[in-house]
Design a protein. Structure first.
Length: 197
């Protein structure tokens, strides 16, 4: 393992732990991890994965900005939100359309080993990251699905170390879902009425 890959893995894991804790430092840490992975993927000639990294940087900058201003309501802290069923359907439809379009392109114009699986995991990762930036609880469900998909894909490609990393990421995504659900339940409790001003 080269030092840049070690940095990428360490920053990714630290970024996720900070995200679970809703610590805004998750965003600059994630940016460092993403930039490190850009070099790792480019060196490994994984060009599609390398091409995703600048998009992740942009999404992470957006998330950092959004969380720092308190979300849509401009509060001191950005609240955890849940999507309506209509928004969930829209997100699923756009993600599926993007996956099919990219998968078709990869199948037709490249020698990709698993074009539709790769496209589906990439599109879902981008969607999950955007939902994370908006502090939508559903981001964790998508990360759970993505991590399961990557474990299977990497295992089938004999990338055992990467599969093991994604097992850890899967565990962190489950922990994130549990923690954010707990925090959201606490945010929704009625506040006691104070008669003293």
């Amino acid at each position: 393992m080269n030092p840049v890959e070690i940095l990428a893995v360490a920053m990714t894991l630290l970024g996720i732990v900070l995200t679970i804790r809703q610590n805004i430092l998750c965003w600059p840490i994630a940016i460092i991890g993403v930039l490190a992975y850009l070099f790792v993927f480019a060196r490994a000639r994984l060009y599609a994965d390398a091409a995703l990294q600048p998009i992740f940087v942009a999404q992470n900058i957006y998330g950092w900005w959004y969380w720092s201003r308190g979300g849509a309501r401009g509060e001191n802290t950005t609240p955890i939100v849940t999507l309506t069923w209509a928004k969930r359907a829209g997100v699923a439809g756009i993600t599926a359309a993007a996956a099919l379009l990219v998968g078709f392109g990869l199948a037709r114009w490249t020698n990709a080993a698993a074009p539709y699986a790769d496209a589906t995991l990439s599109a879902t990762s981008l969607t999950a990251n955007l939902l994370l930036a908006r502090k939508a609880l559903e981001n964790w469900w998508l990360w759970i699905a993505v991590n399961i998909g990557y474990v299977v894909l990497f295992w089938r490609k004999n990338l055992t170390l990467s599969a093991a990393l994604y097992v850890v990421l899967l565990g962190l995504a489950v922990a994130g879902l549990i923690e954010w659900r707990r925090k959201k339940a606490g945010e929704e409790r009625p506040r006691p009425i104070s008669f003293v001003r």
